[in-house]
Unconditional design. Structure first.
Length: 249
């Protein structure tokens, strides 16, 4: 557009120069030839002026059309660029929305992970406390086990000693039973015999009942008398070790 105005200014300058030249030619012709020469020269001047105007008008029109075509092409290019820019803008907005959505998702995931991390941290602390408590309990159980083992060893020694004492007492009881059996046999042998047969027959059941004696529980069991109660034939303190009135339980 600026070139067009420059061209118009140049054309105006040229027209001004042409008019000036024509005016000088008319003046000089009028002085030299008089009024007749003035009419022809004036016609020529006006013809040249009209032709110049037509030429400059044609050139200006062509220039304006060329500039208009250039402006139309430039406008088309600008519209195409605007469409491309609008499409790029839409793509950018779409990508921005996608990135915003992804960012929100990541933010939510981060919040969830933070909550899970806090929960896991609390669980770890609780498990650490429980592990410490379990370790203390294990140490206490270990100490109790050691104490129990020591007590067990002591009880085992006591049981062994008691078993030895029981065996010694059993052997002593067996020896006493043998002694009692021997003394009982001697007493029976030294008892005088009664010659009265009826009275002997009547007393025989009582003496046989009163003279029942078992050396040990094995003999009582073999005779079918076990258990032997206090007051029954064959009862003896050597058979009733716990003194509850029942022997060979």
């Amino acid at each position: 557009m600026q070139a067009f105005f420059i061209l118009l200014a140049v054309a105006a300058g040229i027209l001004f120069a042409v008019f000036g030249i024509q005016w000088l030619m008319v003046k000089s012709t009028k002085k030299a030839h008089g009024p007749q020469g003035y009419g022809r020269n004036a016609f020529i001047a006006f013809a040249v002026l009209a032709l110049s105007i037509l030429i400059f008008d044609f050139l200006g029109t062509r220039q304006m059309e060329a500039e208009r075509d250039n402006l139309l092409v430039l406008n088309d290019e600008l519209e195409f660029e605007n469409r491309e820019i609008a499409a790029e803008k839409n793509d950018i907005e779409t990508k921005y929305n996608e990135l915003q959505s992804d960012w929100n998702d990541k933010k939510n995931e981060l919040a969830l992970l933070s909550e899970e991390n806090t929960t896991n941290k609390e669980l770890i602390e609780e498990m650490t406390v429980k592990m410490a408590e379990n370790e203390n309990a294990a140490d206490e159980l270990k100490k109790q086990k050691e104490t129990f083992n020591q007590e067990k060893e002591g009880l085992t020694e006591n049981i062994s000693a008691l078993e030895k004492q029981l065996a010694d007492a059993q052997a002593e009881n067996d020896a006493l039973n043998d002694t009692i059996s021997g003394l009982t046999a001697q007493a029976e042998d030294s008892t005088p015999q009664v010659s009265n047969e009826p009275s002997t027959a009547a007393a025989a059941p009582a003496s046989s009942t009163a003279s029942v004696e078992y050396d040990n529980c094995t003999a009582a069991r073999e005779d079918g008398a076990a258990p032997v109660y206090r007051g029954d034939p064959g009862y003896g303190k050597h058979l009733d070790r716990d003194g509850d009135g029942v022997g060979c339980e």
